[in-house]
Design a protein around this ligand. Sequence first.
Ligand code: UDP
Length: 472
Amino acid sequence: METSKSKPHAVIVSSPGVGHLVCDLEFGNRLVTDHSFQVTFFVVLEYQATPGESQLIQSANANTLLDIVVLPPVNLSGQVEPSTPIFTRLASVMREIRPTLRSEISTLKPTPSALFVDVLGTPALEVAEEFHMLKYVFVTSAWPLALMLYAPILDKEVEGEYVDQKQPIRLPGCMSVRPEDLVDPMMNRTKPEYNSFLQVGSEMRKSDGVLVNTWEDLDATTLTAMREEESYGSAPVYAVGPLIRAAGPPASRSQLLDWLDEQPVESVLYISFGSLGVLSAQQITELAWGLELSRQRFMWVLRPPSKKDASADTGDNALDYLPDGFLERTHSLGLVFTQWAPQSEILGHRSTGGFLSHCGWNSSLESILSGVPMIAWPLYAEQKMNATELAEEVGVALRPKIAPTKGVVGREEIEIMVRKVMEEPEGKAMRARVKELKISGEKALTSGGTSFNVVSQLAKQMHESEAFAMSH
Ligand code: UDP
C-alpha cells in the first residue's frame, strides 16, 4: 500500500469475535476512504478463526484498503476454561497478545500515532503508551457505554446485588436501567467477570477518547449526558457511526438471495440471533409454531440449541429440532438455513420487511440502515439494554412480554408479534420511523455530517500529536 508522510497512521487491534471484527473493519475502511488514513489492522484470534471471521478477513484482504495482519491465535487452554465468561477470557487473550503486538508495532513505518481497540481490547492500550501513541476505545452502543463508564461509581454507591435493587439503576442524565436489563457481568458482583467489567470501564476513562458506533440523532440524550456529567469521567466521547458492513455481492450468489428475489416487497421476516445466540429446544418449537400460525413469509437462520439445554438430546442437526412436518407445511412461505448467512445482503434486500433479532448492536444498526423494523429478542451481553432502547425510546421494535432469557415465549404471542410487525398499523408506523432514521444515519456519515466531522477532528489531533512527537 502506498504510504505518505502526510497520512496519519493508525493501528486498530480487533479482539476475537465476529461482532467486533465486523465494525472494527468498517471503522478502518472509513478512516482510509473518507479521511485518508493509513491503517494497520491486527486481528486477534482465540484458537482459530470461525467461519464468520474467516469470511470477513477474506473480503477485507480482497478490498486492500487496510494492511491486515492476522496474529497467531492465542491458545489459553490450560490457563482459562473455554466456559469462562467473555470479559475475563478475552482480557487474558488481550494480555497474552501484548508481546506480539509490541514487536509488530515496533517494525511499522511510519510510526503509528494512534491505537484503537474495541471494548474487549483495553488491555492492549498499555502497548500504545509504550510507543507514545494516542489511545482510543471503539465501542458499540451508547447507553451500555454510559453504564460502563459509570460502573466504578455504582460500585461504590450501590449495596448488595444490582439485580436485587427495587428501583431502576440511575445513570445521570440518561435513561435509568431496569435491574433485569443490566449487562451480563453485572448480574453477580462476587464473580471475577464483574471485576473484569469494572476494569474495562476504568481503562476507558483513562483513554484519549471513546468512539461509539452511533450518531448524534439516535443517541442525543445519552451522548450529551456522557459529555456534560463529570461522573462519566473526562475521556471525550465521539459518535462516529453508524458503521456497518456494506452489503455487496456475496462471493457466490446465495440461494437465499435467489429465493428473496421471488418474494413480494417487504414481505419476509428475517430471523437470526447473531454469531453466538441459540434458543432452547422448546423455544425453537414455539417459534416454529408461531411462524406457521402467522402465515407470514420468513427466512430463519437456525442453530442447534445449546449443549447446556437438557432437552437438547437430538444432536447437532438444527433441523431435527423443528416440529414434525414443519418444513413441508411451510415450504411455500419460508426458508430455514443452518449456515452462516449473508445478513447485510438479506436485510438490504427489498423483500425483507422485518427482523426478529437478538439485538446485537451490529444487527440492530444493519436493520435500521436497511429501513427494517424489528422484533427484539435479546439473549446475552448488553442486548437487553439495546432492545429496551430500540423498543421504548427509538420506537423501531416490538418486544415479547416475557424476557426470552427468563422463560419460553409462547407460539400465540409470537404469532401476534409477527403479524403486527409485518402487516398491522403498529408495524407500518415502526417502518416509517426506521426509514427516517436510516436517512439520518446515512447523513451523519457523509461529508459534513456529524460523524464524518468528528473523525476529521480526530485525524487533526493525530497530525498534531505526530508533529509534537517529531519536535521532541
Ligand atoms: N452475521 C452474519 N451472518 C450470520 C450471523 C451473523 O453475517 O449468520 C453478522 C451480522 O450481520 C452482524 C454480526 O454477524 O454483522 C453479528 O454482530 P452482532 O453485534 O449483531 O451480534 P453478536 O454476534 O456480536 O452477538
